[in-house]
Design a protein. Structure first.
Length: 221
C-alpha cells in the first residue's frame, strides 16, 4: 500500500503536467489556419446540402463554411460547451441563419435522424479514444449520413519527423497507448473498413510542427 501511494504521488503530477502541455499545444494548433484551409477547399456543398461537423475545431470551421456557402446548412456538434456558445453568438452576430449548434459531450448517440446529412466531418475526435470508442464514433457518424454521402475524418496521422511525434506522445500519457497507437503508425484509417464506407483515402496531410494532421475521405455505400 505504501509503495502504491508513493507511486501515485509521483505519477499524478506527471499526468497533469503532460495534460497541461497537451491542452496548450492542442489550443495553439487549432489556431493554425493552414490545415483548416485545406479542409475548407476540399468541400463544395451544393445548395440545400446538410453538413454535420463534430469535434474540437468544428465550430470555427462551421462559421467559415457558412459564410462561404450561404445556401447550404451546417450543424455543429461540439463537445465543448464554451465553443458551442461561442458559435451561437458568432452566428447571431454575423446573421448566419444556416448554422445550428448542439453541445453533446459524446457523439455515440447523436440527437439526429439516420441518413439526414449529405456530408459528415469528424475533426480531431479519434486520437484520444481507444479502438472500440473510435469504431463506435465512426459508426454513429455513418448512421446519420445518407446513402452515397461523404465522410471526412480529420485527425493526427503517422509522424514524418521526430518533432511531429510530440502531440501524440503527450496524448499517449493522457489517454493511453491504445488510443494513440494506430495514429503513430498510420493504421487508424483501417477502422473505416468496418463501418460500411468505401473508397477511403487520404486527401491531404499537413504538418503542424508538433504533429501531422491528415484528412481521410470515404463514401457511404
Amino acid at each position: 500500500m505504501i509503495k502504491f501511494d508513493a507511486l501515485g504521488i509521483l505519477v499524478r503530477p506527471r499526468f497533469w503536467a503532460a495534460k497541461l502541455i497537451y491542452d496548450l499545444s492542442f489550443a495553439i494548433l487549432l489556431r493554425d489556419t493552414a490545415w483548416q484551409e485545406d479542409l475548407l477547399s476540399s468541400l463544395e456543398p451544393k445548395g440545400g446540402d446538410r453538413t454535420l461537423l463534430f469535434g474540437p475545431g468544428s465550430s470555427s470551421s462551421a462559421i467559415l463554411l457558412a459564410l462561404h456557402n450561404p445556401n447550404a446548412t451546417f450543424v455543429v456538434v461540439d463537445p465543448s460547451s464554451k465553443a458551442a456558445e461561442w458559435t451561437r453568438l458568432t452566428a447571431v452576430r454575423k446573421r448566419l441563419e444556416n448554422v445550428t449548434v448542439m453541445h453533446v459531450s459524446r457523439a455515440h448517440q447523436l440527437p439526429v435522424n439516420a441518413g439526414s446529412f449529405d456530408a459528415v466531418i469528424c475533426m480531431l475526435a479519434l486520437h484520444d479514444s481507444p479502438p472500440d470508442e473510435k469504431l463506435g464514433l465512426i459508426r454513429e457518424m455513418t448512421r446519420v449520413l445518407r446513402h452515397a454521402g461523404t465522410l471526412r475524418l480529420v485527425d493526427f496521422d503517422k509522424p514524418e519527423t521526430p518533432g511531429e511525434r510530440r502531440i501524440l506522445e503527450l496524448g499517449r500519457r493522457v489517454s493511453g497507448t491504445l488510443a494513440v497507437a494506430s495514429h503513430l503508425d498510420g493504421s487508424w484509417i483501417g477502422v473505416l473498413a468496418k463501418v460500411g464506407v468505401a473508397g477511403a483515402r487520404r486527401e491531404f496531410s499537413h504538418s503542424v510542427g508538433v504533429g501531422r494532421i491528415s484528412m481521410v475521405k470515404a463514401r457511404k455505400r
